[in-house]
Design a protein around this ligand. Structure first.
Ligand code: GCU
Length: 618
């Protein structure tokens, strides 16, 4: 117990430093279930490629000046007299929908990478004078500066995770103006870095809401099953507020007849330790979610939490101590409905229903945290989830700021989803080149993750290579393979490496007693293009590649699942082949218009004949 308390304390220190570095506050847990006021809808916007609204002509940030003057867009200034010089006016500008990317909403912003300013005016009356109010962004890509009524709230870096700021002392009853500067310029030292094979959608890409809380409220909690004792519910909880110390907190799980009182320590925290022999475990067949109610003197919050253990034993992946085979598919967060950055529950529902129709019990959410609807729905639908940090290809491994940025994004997605039963794997990275700096970077991230969440598995999408110089024998020769719980790699034999026939010549030599997953394989096909199976871009080529790949990887003894690339064709600025790609990566099993290609049925058939519980060879 002492160890748990010390660990909690050290952790709070660590987290607050990281948050401080990125100018934001501790993320609030389970905002999804809190009563909130939405700020979604039309916002006025100003396109500002020269960041004229942020810097003066000496390129000094206005926000660092005592009197920034009317030129600073965050002041939302208006011309007050005929001689007054104000060279912008949000209220006379066009408007754009939030949440949403600007690329697919405005033709002139389709390829735009730079700064756009957003303004939302609103009135707000608190229901109780002592209450506090926060503004919560589910995500905004990439670098976001937020101001309320002319004052800086803070900054967030990273396009795929939530952040919140307290606005209690700045809020007015009437005519509040929230100004948000969003800059999606790609940078070498950023996470991700300059090149990605997905569209760099810019904007306030997910919901924005106001949260009103009591003065002291439940800020953060982690409630999960002890991976080593499935009769024990464990975790931590932290209050925020004046009366957070020695405060009574009751946690109840009515369906388990559990009502337990706890008391916070001087940091407003306590460790959770609840035993029960009657837990109905969350599983693929029965994704059972318990109502968990947390009550304090002033605050009450409810969550739907599934209790399950996820562990490995040798080359087995054990869900509730039973071996499981992960029948998966990779997914990008692109809306099958408006073909831009996905964000809505309808988007999530469509994507996960297609995955279930394919016969999947597992999805790899690539290459960055997707919106919370995806994991909340996966909890309900009984689908296992791999979540990934956007450490993609070759980032700046030696840059400490890049590391802190990657760690902060990972910390935020863990904080958002640590109570989700469906989420079983935290992926540190995708296709990163081995080097001492990279190995150290990823190992440090893994250590951080294991400390923050000891209940889930760690992996990364690695790359395979020749075994002892023999190109026909494939292996994993990567020091980071020692660190991960699940050994996962991408392979494109038959597409980037030879033709489909090559699959028949390949064997494997993977010397790890760990579960092996193939996080990507696939081939491009234009929906409706038919012909020879050895002619690229035909549906028959993709179909043939799936047939031969499934046979080829079946040879891997430790194989415990895979997530082919990819469920749906997706936008990529790297894909410019006319009449075939036209800005789309065509490796989807479904076209961007929702049409299923032949290979969709090849994989569906394979999954229908494969049980989740591993009775087969693997
Ligand atoms: C890579 C990468 C994906 C990319 C895919 C492809 O492996 O991880 O992001 O889209 O291959 O080339 O289609």
């Amino acid at each position: 117990m002492m160890h748990m308390k010390l660990r909690t304390f050290l952790f709070i220190i660590l987290i607050s430093c990281t948050h401080f570095l990125f100018g934001q506050e501790q993320l609030m847990t389970n905002v999804y279930n809190r009563e909130t006021t939405s700020l979604n809808g039309y916002w006025n916007y100003i396109i500002d490629p020269y960041e004229n609204g942020f810097y003066n002509y000496r390129y000094e940030p206005f926000e660092n000046q005592e009197n920034p003057g009317k030129g600073a867009f965050f002041t939302n200034s208006k011309r007050e007299s005929k001689s007054d010089l104000v060279e912008y006016d949000f209220d006379k500008m066009d408007s754009i929908l939030v949440p949403g990317d600007w690329n697919t909403q405005k033709e002139n912003l389709f390829y735009y990478e730079g700064t756009v300013w957003f303004k939302k005016s609103f009135n707000y009356s608190k229901s109780k004078n002592t209450n506090r109010v926060f503004v919560y962004f589910e995500a905004s890509n990439y670098e976001t500066d937020v101001y309320l009524n002319g004052k800086k709230l803070g900054k967030h870096i990273g396009g795929f995770t939530p952040f919140n700021f307290e606005i209690t002392n700045l809020l007015k009853e009437k005519d509040n103006f929230l100004i948000v500067k969003v800059d999606n310029k790609r940078k070498k030292d950023a996470v991700p870095t300059l090149n990605t094979d997905w569209w760099n959608y810019g904007g306030i890409t997910r919901d924005v809401k106001l949260i009103e809380t009591s003065e002291t409220f439940v800020e953060d909690y982690f409630i999960q099953l002890d991976p080593n004792n499935n009769n024990r519910i464990m975790g931590e909880l932290t209050l925020n507020g004046e009366s957070k110390k020695q405060e009574k907190v009751q946690i109840s799980i009515p369906e388990l007849n559990i009502v337990k009182d706890f008391e916070t320590d001087k940091n407003g925290s306590f460790s959770i330790d609840i035993n029960s022999k009657n837990i109905k475990y969350w599983s693929l067949e029965d994704p059972y979610l318990y109502n968990v109610i947390i009550k304090t003197e002033e605050d009450k919050i409810t969550d739907q939490i599934g209790f399950r253990t996820i562990t490995t034993k040798g080359s087995q992946i054990l869900l509730n101590e039973k071996s499981v085979f992960l029948k998966g598919i990779s997914i990008h967060e692109e809306s099958p409905i408006n073909k831009g950055r996905g964000h809505s529950i309808e988007d999530a529902k469509q994507l996960l229903e297609w995955a279930q129709d394919l016969g999947c019990n597992y999805v790899r959410l690539a290459h960055y945290p997707h919106n919370e609807h995806m994991v909340r729905l996966a909890d309900k639908m009984g689908i296992l989830v791999w979540e990934e940090n956007p450490v993609y290809w070759t980032i700046s491994w030696d840059n400490e700021q890049t590391y802190l940025n990657a760690k902060n994004q990972l910390s935020e997605v863990i904080d958002r989803d640590k109570n989700r039963a469906s989420v079983i794997i935290w992926s540190m990275a995708n296709e990163t080149p081995t080097s001492d700096a990279r190995n150290a970077f990823l190992t440090k991230l893994s250590t951080f993750t294991r400390q923050k969440d000891p209940t889930r598995l760690i992996s990364a999408a690695l790359e395979q290579s020749d075994y002892q110089g023999n190109p026909l024998v494939r292996t994993i020769d990567d020091p980071f393979a020692e660190v991960v719980d699940i050994l996962s790699f991408n392979q494109y034999i038959g597409w980037y490496d030879g033709g489909v026939e090559k699959c028949k010549t390949i064997s494997w030599n993977i010397e790890y007693d760990k579960p092996v997953m193939i996080s990507e394989f696939g081939a491009g096909a234009k929906y409706g293009l038919h012909g020879e199976k050895d002619t690229r871009w035909n549906e028959e080529y993709q179909e043939y590649l799936y047939e031969e790949t499934l046979k080829m990887i079946d040879q891997i003894d430790q194989l415990k699942g895979f997530s082919p690339w990819i469920l749906v064709d997706f936008r990529s600025p790297r894909r410019v082949l006319p009449e075939i790609q036209d800005g789309w990566n065509r490796k989807g099993l479904i076209s961007e218009d929702g049409k299923k290609k032949k290979a969709f049925f090849t994989l569906k058939n394979y999954y229908e004949n494969k049980t989740s519980s591993n009775q087969n060879k693997h």
